[in-house]
Design a protein around this ligand. Structure first.
Ligand SMILES: Cc1cc2nc3c(=O)[nH]c(=O)nc-3n(C[C@H](O)[C@H](O)[C@H](O)COP(=O)(O)OP(=O)(O)OC[C@H]3O[C@@H](n4cnc5c(N)ncnc54)[C@H](O)[C@@H]3O)c2cc1C
Length: 577
């Protein structure tokens, strides 16, 4: 007999993490399984905008109202994951005045605080904006860290008794007598906190109720259960600049169009985006012109973007859903609302519901709706408290500020740590061990890295998403090996090596789309650092091929009379051309 749980959630994005926390808080025995790390899907590849709702105030007022409602809730329960930058919808001379007025009215009608600001006042706040920007509508947009928020939800659920299983893809959905009774997962091997069961094995997890919260992949998981879930995945590109060219969220005030938003995020600014339907959420083209378009079009709003340094680009896939028969052609017209698909009602398959569509900003509300539904199915009578109870790290932020001095936390580095750790900062940072900076770009100290290792094991990508180490300007050139070093001696060398390899591969994935100008020089430097300190290419000493040690002394040509070179740089295996 396999493992048994009451409610099983498939998918460790914002929706799944929100659901598992809500279930656990209502006293339901819950398990979450995720095929990669937490935030492996769209949640780890989004803009980081805490919507005010302004973006939807003309086209989709229901979504706009949900956004402003949740915007207020998240500021309360997740203060350490949110930066209230404020946002502007800016109008250039060629943008439509009528639309500007509609946007303003729409915001006010949806209870979104909104006011018109002149171009002059706007540039006093945002000096890098183009001279010809005429005016703007100010709204309470913000920036939010999806990684920390998901981890906080999952960690809270774990503390309340839930089981969180990452790197465990669902490979089958178990159906008996028209009822879903559980799933089969495969435990993948590799570094990190991923092995409740031995790697490479499969496990049957039986559950009274199963939720499909796999976003753009919901159709695939639906297929495993024999039902249709009509998601319409739509990809969008985002390009990360090395500094914050703007300090507020800058939206272009026009009906729709690509490349119309800049979100300041931590030390960077993220440009976005596009909206193009794709058939496979795991396999779609990532094209250079998409990146160029971000920079070209958004330079109309912020001209210095043309000369600025790009550090990486990445793509995400929206989990859009349209009820069957709607047939919208343009993905930008598909609603951003979310849908709860009870497969008993739709397909005669009980014990199984999919949740699709929606936005990151409304993840908690989505989780509340589906947890209400599960409680109803299970006969549990507990109300939702996730809008009231702060997430770990977010309690007492005000009093924490007062205690900053007593912990010597006023330095810029400590301030950044405190932003990330919230109320956990004193506990993590007040030890007596030396606490050097591990990641200079993001100001992450050893204590923070070790704290993340305590929580996530040897998976350095999990450490990255908890701390932001390796996510700054140098993209890990100077800190990936330092992070790996912190795994020793707790983990064996082969585990440390594998963890470092995975981290470096993940960094390179996004950097390869930004190889020009200063970032190309940075990439070349990173390569040299990784090749010379960590042997990134795997020379014979690492791969086990035979090494001609004598070549190090004399070199192949060095042994020839009159040769100028004395040492074969590759250890003598390939010659010294
Ligand atoms: C370009 C872009 C920008 C965006 N920007 C914003 C923004 O700024 N603000 C905002 O509010 N929203 C934004 N969104 C929308 C938002 O990112 C998503 O709506 C949200 O993150 C979806 O979360 P999710 O948990 O439903 O899906 P996901 O995060 O995709 O989670 C689903 C999880 O299921 C897992 N999974 C899949 N198959 C299996 C399996 N067989 N077994 C186990 N696990 C499986 C996946 O690995 C994944 O981690 C953006 C979306 C895109 C594409």
């Amino acid at each position: 007999m396999g493992y048994e749980t009451t409610a099983l959630v498939i998918g460790g994005g914002s929706t799944g993490c929100g659901i598992v926390r809500d279930l656990a808080m209502r006293g339901i025995d819950a398990t979450l399984v995720e095929r990669g790390n937490l935030t492996h899907g769209t949640t780890g590849r989004m803009h980081g905008l805490l919507h005010s709702g302004g973006r939807y105030a003309v086209s989709d007022r229901a979504s706009a109202r949900e956004c402003i409602e949740e915007n207020r809730v998240l500021r309360e329960i997740a203060g350490h994951c949110v930066e209230m930058t404020g946002g502007y919808f800016v109008k250039r001379p060629e943008d439509d005045e009528e639309y500007f007025q509609e946007k303003l009215e729409g915001c006010l009608a949806c209870d979104i605080p909104a006011e018109v600001v002149s171009g002059r006042d706007l540039r006093a706040d945002e000096p890098n904006l183009a001279r010809d920007v005429e005016k703007a509508i100010r709204v309470p947009d913000g920036a939010i860290d999806p990684f920390r928020l998901c981890v906080a939800n999952a960690a809270d659920a774990e503390t309340t008794g839930a089981r969180i299983e990452t790197h465990a893809p669902v490979t089958d959905v178990l159906v008996e007598d028209d009822t879903v009774v559980g799933v089969e997962v495969t435990h993948e091997s590799g570094p990190g906190k991923r092995v409740h069961i031995s790697p490479g094995t499969t496990e049957e997890i039986r559950a009274e109720y199963v939720v499909n919260a796999t976003g753009a992949w919901a159709g695939r998981v639906g297929e495993l259960a024999g039902v249709d879930v009509e998601v319409r995945p739509s990809k969008g590109v985002m390009t990360i600049m090395n500094v914050r060219q703007v300090d507020s969220v800058i939206n272009r005030c026009r009906p729709k169009g690509d490349a119309d938003i800049i979100v300041p995020h931590e030390t960077t600014a993220i440009l976005g985006t596009t909206d193009e339907e794709v058939s496979d959420p795991d396999d779609y083209p990532e094209e250079r012109w998409e990146v160029d378009m971000m920079i070209d079009t958004l330079s109309e709003l912020v001209p210095i973007l043309r000369e600025a340094r790009t550090i990486r680009s990445f793509w995400g896939v929206r989990p859009l859903y349209e009820p069957p028969g709607t047939g919208t052609k343009d993905p930008t017209d598909i609603t951003r609302d979310f849908f709860l698909l009870d497969h008993e009602e739709r397909d005669g398959l009980s014990g199984f519901t999919s949740i699709v569509g929606g936005k990151f900003t409304t993840y908690r509300m989505m989780a509340e709706r589906i947890t209400d539904h599960i409680c109803e199915q299970l006969g549990v009578n507990e109300r939702c408290r996730t809008a009231e109870v702060a997430l770990p790290g977010s309690e007492d932020l005000a009093t924490l500020d007062e205690r900053m001095d007593s912990f010597g936390l006023r330095s810029p580095i400590a301030r950044r740590s405190r932003q990330r750790l919230g109320s956990r900062a004193p506990a993590v940072l007040s030890g007596t061990d030396p606490n050097p900076v591990v990641c200079d770009c993001e100001a992450v100290t050893r204590a923070e890295v070790r704290d993340a290792i305590d929580a996530s094991g040897s998976d350095l990508n999990a450490v990255r998403i908890r701390t932001r180490a390796s996510m700054g300007n140098c993209q890990g050139g100077f800190c990936c090996h330092r992070m790996a070093h912190e795994l020793s001696p707790r983990y064996d060398e082969d585990v440390v090596r594998a963890a470092w390899d995975e981290l470096v591969r993940e960094r390179w994935k996004g950097e390869r789309h930004a190889l020009w100008g200063e970032q190309l020089a940075q990439a070349a430097l990173n390569y040299a650092l990784w090749a010379t300190t960590m042997n990134v290419d795997g020379d014979p000493a690492r791969t086990g091929a035979e090494v001609d040690f004598s070549a190090f002394d004399a070199g192949e040509r060095g042994s020839e009379p009159g040769s100028a070179t004395g040492v074969a740089a590759d250890g003598g295996t390939r010659g010294d051309q």
